[in-house]
Design a protein around this ligand. Structure first.
Ligand code: ADP
Length: 358
């Protein structure tokens, strides 16, 4: 017959799927009864309508049945009291160092471009996914408030859960994601003015329960608008990645974004040239559909590295439309865009090292 201590020890392995911490550490395990080979536990959920209640019940049941001497598991779900919720979410127990704190270990990387349509969001979500696959804990903050496309590209829908003024990021492929797109109905246009954007950014940075992230990637709006200034002001240690296409005109605009980052004292990690060429799937010939040289000349102008040249591929475009990052699509291992993105992820991780993994 197992003891209560053993049951509690076993339940430490079960994580709350939203908060990513053990249910024991979160004080969610309220009662443990052992009757022969039957174990009954009571788990207090953070909120009554917890969308993941079935998932939590399943995880707890599975873990109990794995224990020696347990043949039956009974899981009762209750709700935390307001005091318990406040104790959990009100303080800063769930996040060691908030993102805006000067000692935050999270590396914040803004992905910027001079104009829309160059693949900035595609690069952001696919780079985030590739970094996740390298084993890092990665968040994606969609700061492209008017033109959000992150939810579609990562297949996240619905509204995030909010508890005691804290917002849970949405899970997707092991990433933590937040976008304005998850707060507005039916893709209704967002028509706020400049000052509101800063408030949304502030809220996404402070009120979202990001947990302890290694990297937070920001998908910035195209151009050199208010949002880029707000990022520089709120996150002076953040760095920039500039996405451009091979067309010189595109680079011309991108360089303004980069120069602004430099003015705000933000380090530019490097340039990513996207849509570099198209390899014909039939004859294998590469065509420079959007010209050549834009990425390299921008990198030289800024005195930074050209970190990647990502070709146009069908798999990358289809993945974006279907909400699946390319590194999570089976059969795309040899895709040249995927390889360029994986290589980019390694270079970004090397350029922005994070403290040793826990
Ligand atoms: P931006 O964020 O700069 O406005 P998006 O990331 O939304 O641009 O990309 C615009 C369109 O181009 C999307 O449909 C996306 O799937 C497609 N796209 C971007 N990069 C590539 C690529 N390397 N290969 C194929 N399609 C791409």
């Amino acid at each position: 017959m197992p003891t209560q201590e053993q049951v509690l020890e076993a339940l430490k392995d079960v994580q709350d799927p939203e908060i990513h911490k053990s249910i024991v550490e979160l004080n969610m395990v309220k009662d443990i009864r052992i009757d022969g080979s039957k174990v009954s536990v009571t788990i207090a959920l953070t909120i009554r309508g917890c969308p993941l209640r079935d998932e939590i019940r399943r995880l707890v049941t599975e873990r109990l049945l794995e224990m020696d001497g347990v043949n039956e598991a009974d899981v009762t779900l209750t709700e935390m009291t307001p005091e318990e919720r406040q104790a959990l979410f009100g303080g800063d127990k769930l996040q060691k160092a908030p993102l805006l704190a000067p000692d935050s270990p999270t590396q914040v990387i803004g992905v910027a471009s001079g104009k829309g349509g160059v693949g900035k969001s595609t690069v952001t979500v696919n780079l985030a996914a590739a970094m996740r696959r390298l084993g890092y804990s990665v968040g994606v903050l969609d700061a492209d408030i008017y033109g959000f496309s992150v939810p579609r590209m990562l297949g996240v829908s619905g509204k995030p859960t909010a508890i005691e003024g804290k917002i849970m990021p949405m899970p997707a492929y092991g990433l933590k994601v937040i976008s304005m797109g998850n707060f507005v109905d039916n893709n209704a246009p967002v028509i706020w003015r400049g000052p509101m954007l800063g408030k949304v950014l502030q809220q996404f940075l402070t009120d979202v329960l990001w947990g302890d992230l290694d990297y937070l990637l920001l998908d910035l709006p195209p151009g050199t608008g208010d949002m880029a200034l707000d990022v520089a002001r709120m996150l002076p240690r953040s760095r920039m990645l500039i996405v451009t296409t091979p067309q010189t005109v595109a680079s011309g605009v991108a360089s303004r974004a980069a120069h602004m980052a430099a003015k705000a004292n933000q380090q530019v990690i490097g340039v990513v040239e996207n849509m570099s060429h198209f390899v014909c799937p039939d004859c294998g010939r590469a065509s420079a559909l959007f010209g050549e040289g834009g990425g390299r000349s921008l990198a030289e102008e800024l005195g930074v590295e050209l970190l990647a040249q990502i070709p146009l591929t069908l798999a990358l475009r289809e993945g974006s439309d279907r909400g699946i990052p390319i590194v999570f699509q089976d059969g795309t291992e040899a895709d040249p865009a995927r390889r360029a993105i994986e290589d980019l992820a390694r270079k970004v991780a090397a350029a922005c090292p994070v403290p040793a993994r826990r």
